[in-house]
Design a protein. Structure first.
Length: 271
């Protein structure tokens, strides 16, 4: 019985990720609770089942439907566990890492999606997420071209380490937001104003309406400040905090408010 090389490569990826999941159960930062460890063991078991199916069901692997039914069921179940337990650091797209190699001539299926943005508000968190997502994106590109098992395993270990760090950043952002929501000194929200025609008009609006303003951009020449977009993305609004301006799309408007406020504080403290 001949096993297609693509199926064997996918099986290796599944077993490598299963090993990564089991290794995560021993991590000490943070210490996982019983539910987290159980989730990781369940993900590993489902990936082992997917690998076994890839190695023993070659007849179901063809050009029209390269993912065997048993494999798809196991991977979908593993993804459901990962989605229900985001704190364990295993991405909800884990199945794509396994099946991508089964689509060598289909660019839409051979790529792995980046994690969803956490929509961080602070400059530090925005920069950290941008760094993590750019490194994950680079490793995704590398995974599309490797063929040997040793390099594949090393790349998977690197990319899943970054996913773990992204989950830790999510924990930090959640904690920061909880503190901000309960703080009586939280920064004011932005006030919508008509698009000012001059710098003087903007300054007058600040004097009348407050330190943080936002208005619609009439030009499409600026890009959203957020680095989580896979490519430059047009800004539709401008946020101004005491004259320090940050262009943004609608999705990252709140993050832009905090970025403008932080930038102003940074400039204000520089001698």
């Amino acid at each position: 019985m001949t096993i297609p090389s693509a199926a064997l490569a996918a099986a290796h990826r599944a077993r490598a990720i299963a090993t990564i999941a089991r290794t995560c159960t021993t991590k000490t930062t943070p210490v996982l609770d019983d539910a987290g460890r159980t989730a990781l063991h369940k993900i590993a078991q489902l990936l082992d089942a997917a690998a076994h199916a890839l190695e023993t069901e070659p007849a179901t692997v063809d050009n029209d439907d390269p993912v065997p039914g048993d494999v798809e069921v196991s991977l979908q179940a593993a993804e459901a566990v990962a989605l229900a337990h985001p704190g364990v650091g295993i991405p909800r797209t884990l199945g794509q890492y396994v099946t991508a190699v089964l689509y060598p001539h289909d660019s839409a299926h051979s790529k792995v999606d980046l994690p969803l943005s956490l929509l961080p508000r602070t400059i530090k968190a925005i920069a950290r997420e941008a760094e993590l997502l750019s490194r994950i994106h680079y490793l995704h590109g590398a995974l599309q071209f490797v063929t040997d098992q040793v390099t594949t395993t090393l790349l998977l270990e690197d990319v899943f380490r970054l996913h773990w760090q992204h989950a830790r950043l999510a924990d930090s952002i959640t904690a920061d937001r909880a503190r901000s929501d309960t703080s009586p000194t939280s920064l004011p929200a932005a006030v919508d104003i008509p698009t000012p025609t001059t710098t003087g008009a903007l300054h007058q609006a600040h004097d009348r309406l407050g330190p943080t303003l936002t208005y619609e951009l009439t030009s499409a020449s600026l890009n959203c400040f957020s680095r989580v977009h896979p490519q430059p993305y047009p800004a539709t609004r401008m946020v101004s905090h005491r004259g320090v301006k940050v262009p943004t799309c609608e999705e990252h408007r709140d993050a832009a408010v905090h970025a403008a406020q932080e930038l102003y504080n940074l400039y204000d403290t520089v001698d």
